[in-house]
Write a protein that binds this ligand. Structure first.
Ligand SMILES: [Cu+2]
Length: 117
């Protein structure tokens, strides 16, 4: 009985610890972070480590002159955020995201990818 209670208490403690570290960070993206792709992607997809609050999460994609190249608003489904792109040319593009995860923590970040050789 005592051991059982201790285990229950310990798992509660561990759950709390894990939760505190579970902000929504970028897990991976397509195009991949820092990648050079031969063909211009028609969308950018971001996978996060936690589910997102759609109303407070967004992503923008800009070319080297700062011109935005999204073709619409981002769509969010669980931990995946996706934004359609216009037909983009060769060059370097900057992806800037900010999200609010379901644990109410805000995180943000940027990365680039390159279209070309
Ligand atoms: Cu968090």
């Amino acid at each position: 009985m005592r051991t059982k209670n201790l285990v229950a208490l310990l798992s509660l403690f561990l759950a709390g610890t894990i939760d505190a570290n579970a902000h929504a960070f970028l897990d991976h993206a397509d195009p991949r972070v820092g990648a050079t792709v031969a063909t211009a992607p028609r969308q950018v997809t971001l996978w996060f480590t936690q589910n997102l609050e759609p109303a407070f999460s967004a992503v923008t994609v800009s070319d080297s002159s700062g011109q935005r190249v999204e073709a619409g608003k981002p769509s969010i489904n669980g931990n995946v955020m996706r934004v359609p792109l216009r037909a983009i040319k060769a060059g370097t593009y900057r992806v800037a995201w900010h999200v609010l995860s379901v644990d109410t923590h805000k995180t943000e970040g940027t990365f680039t990818f390159r279209v070309g050789q």
